[in-house]
Design a protein around this ligand. Structure first.
Ligand code: DAH
Length: 349
């Protein structure tokens, strides 16, 4: 075999090797075109040939080198394209898959109840008093107790021990002081006063399943001419039916609060009441306190009790939530355990 034939044979050989899909292209290049490769080997052995023969072998050598080079480039490009395709296929992004939703919070269950109460009373034309100027959580003894007809040594104060900042400044035990703060400024030439005051209150109670040193109240007050207990009853029925459902009924029982006379405790029926329900079958649960505002309270707030009458009520959203959702421990509302709170997530996630 002549050297030229040997060289041409290399081209076939290289083509055969490059035909396999996973061939190591670089190894082929080194084997055929490298410094110690096959072509160089042949060209080195030319020294004994005649000038013409050298010329011919040199030409063939160059042609074969160029041809193998081209084949190698082709194969390389082919392999790179294939690798890219495989990579794209493996990394395919399915844009129709649902994304990972960020977890959104929602209003706290007590806030939801207060929002519901506020919306109801807004619909009845009440003002919502919740700014700290009229509804401060740090209160004076005067507004929290004395203006509510609870002078310094009044025994009813025992039920409402609180956290004192000074002997005269304390954390409010009830939202009732908001009544006085708003009433003393009210201009009756513009009409009667109708307000509710939702907010936090404090008691020096030891926390247990039914007591929390901090809880919530929504105070209500209506002052005007000819306000009667019938107005109070109708108002309370409307809010209870809003919260518990239209078929629930309420019952008023005589009670005592220093700032109302007469005073009542209000029960709501646990189940729906229909015309066929026997009175003795109704299960009543106590939900709030209310009454006709005591003339002393009106006087202290600069209102003439001969001219104006008033009713007031105070309800506890914590207690509502416990009843409505069967929560057995009030502390659950304040522990911020997301597993508990999520049950009331309005967004349903
Ligand atoms: N302030 C009372 C309490 O904390 C609740 C209350 C009862 C408020 C009767 C009222 C009311 O306005 O008329 O126990």
């Amino acid at each position: 075999m002549t050297l030229a034939e040997e060289l041409k044979g290399f081209l076939k050989e290289a083509e055969a090797e490059l035909a396999s899909p996973d061939v190591d292209v670089e190894a082929v290049r080194v084997a055929f075109l490298g410094k110690k490769g096959k072509i160089t080997g042949v060209l080195k052995s030319m020294k004994d040939l005649s000038v013409d023969e050298k010329k011919e072998v040199g030409q063939v050598g160059n042609q074969v080198r160029t041809a193998i080079q081209e084949k190698i480039e082709e194969k390389k490009a082919e392999q790179e394209a294939k690798a890219l395709e495989e990579k794209l296929a493996a990394e395919t992004l399915d844009v129709t898959l649902p994304g990972a939703k960020p977890k959104l919070g929602s209003a706290h269950v007590l806030q939801q109840i207060m929002d519901e109460i506020e919306a109801h009373f807004l619909g009845l034309g009440y003002q919502i008093i919740d700014d700290p100027t009229d509804s401060p959580e740090v209160e004076t003894d005067e507004y929290n107790f004395e203006r509510e007809n609870l002078p310094k040594d009044h025994p009813a104060r025992d039920m409402q021990d609180t956290f004192y900042i000074t002997p005269e400044i304390l954390l409010r035990t009830q939202t009732s002081p908001v009544q006085s703060r708003v009433l003393e400024k009210h201009d009756f030439s513009k009409g009667p006063l109708k307000m509710i005051a939702p907010g936090k209150v404090y008691r020096r109670d030891t926390d247990d399943a039914t007591h929390s040193h901090q809880f919530h109240q929504v105070e209500g007050l209506v002052v005007g001419k000819n306000i009667t207990m019938a107005d109070l009853k109708g108002t309370l029925l409307s809010i209870m039916q809003e919260l518990f459902g239209e078929k629930h009924q309420i019952r008023l029982r005589p009670s005592y609060f220093p700032f109302t006379e007469p005073s009542v405790e209000v029960d709501v029926s646990w189940d729906e009441v229909t015309p066929d329900t026997k009175p003795e079958d109704i299960k009543w649960i106590e939900v709030l306190g209310a009454g006709m505002t005591h003339p002393n309270v009106l006087k202290m707030d600069g209102v003439d009790p001969e001219e104006y009458t008033a009713f007031a009520f105070g309800l506890g959203p914590d207690r509502f939530a416990m009843l409505k959702y069967g929560v057995e421990d009030i502390r659950q509302f304040y522990l911020n355990d997301v597993r508990f709170l999520d049950q009331f997530n309005e967004r349903g996630i």
